[in-house]
Design a protein around this ligand. Structure first.
Ligand code: PGA
Length: 251
């Protein structure tokens, strides 16, 4: 009932030409894969060209962040209409790098999620604890707080559209992946939080991705966990064959 979802977050990598090459190499490797949805999130400057390169492909386009206002005097920001205009289906929100380096708050991420949905974009809301929070035993409380702020008050038809991504901060870009048990524990808790907020059907329809050092050799075990519905992939999404082999986790 929840289609597995593999999304690549290119972060601040790839010029327009590099992004187009990567998209052109990726599409034939993943198009036709049954039962998995694939998306890539290039930097803003490469969204339009990547979207064109992916025309006719099943690979979806995602942005890495957005501003919640429809338009206006927000120098440096990009609106939902601008993202829709270049063909985005998804937008990553509240990535830990945005929270840690750019001051994004739980409430701000919630506002963005509601604005994205209202504009017809599907938010991929990232949550996750730092190493200090994990060591202090605060993991479940932290991800619950972040999740509640993002999904409380969502319209009923948002469930199944909004995507959650659990990304332990200590696992991002470190090569240190969460164990399958650590991932499943948090994902099951998030599912329970979604049930408490939106009810059982809502929680059952909502995909929860794992992110943090996902690679071709660990994706299968992660995807075998009952509450892991996909992966948000950073470093390993920058190479077409590596990312494609993650998307082929079933094969
Ligand atoms: P990583 O990044 O796969 O390079 O650890 C994941 C992410 O930040 O989304």
């Amino acid at each position: 009932m929840r289609t597995p979802f593999i999304a690549g977050n290119w972060k601040m990598h790839k010029t327009v030409g590099e992004a187009v090459s990567l998209a052109e190499a990726l599409a034939p490797r993943v198009d036709g894969l049954a039962g998995v949805e694939v998306a890539v999130a290039p930097p803003f400057t490469a969204l339009a060209a990547t979207g064109k390169a992916l025309a006719g492909s099943a690979v979806r386009l995602a942005a890495q962040t957005m501003h919640e206002a429809a338009q206006g005097a927000y120098t440096g920001e990009v609106s939902t209409a601008m993202l829709r205009d270049v063909g985005c289906t998804y937008v990553i929100l509240g990535h830990s790098e945005r929270r840690q380096l750019f001051g994004e708050t739980d409430q701000g991420v919630g506002r963005k999620a509601r604005a994205a949905l209202a504009a017809g974009l599907a938010p991929i809301v990232c949550v996750g604890e730092t190493l200090a929070e994990r060591e202090a035993g605060e993991t479940l409380a932290v991800v619950e707080r972040q999740t509640r702020a993002a999904v409380t008050g969502l319209p009923a038809d948002a469930w199944g559209t909004v995507v959650l991504a659990y990304e332990p901060v200590w696992a991002i870009g470190t090569g240190r992946v969460a164990t399958t048990a650590q991932a499943q524990e948090v994902h099951a808790h998030l599912r329970a939080v979604l049930t408490a907020v939106g009810g059982e059907a809502a929680a059952g329809a909502t995909r929860i991705l794992y992110g943090g050092s996902v690679k071709p050799d660990n994706v299968r075990d992660l995807m075998a966990q009952p509450d892991v519905d996909g992966a948000l992939v950073g470093g390993a999404s920058l190479d077409a064959e590596t990312f494609a082999s993650i998307a082929r986790f079933r094969v």
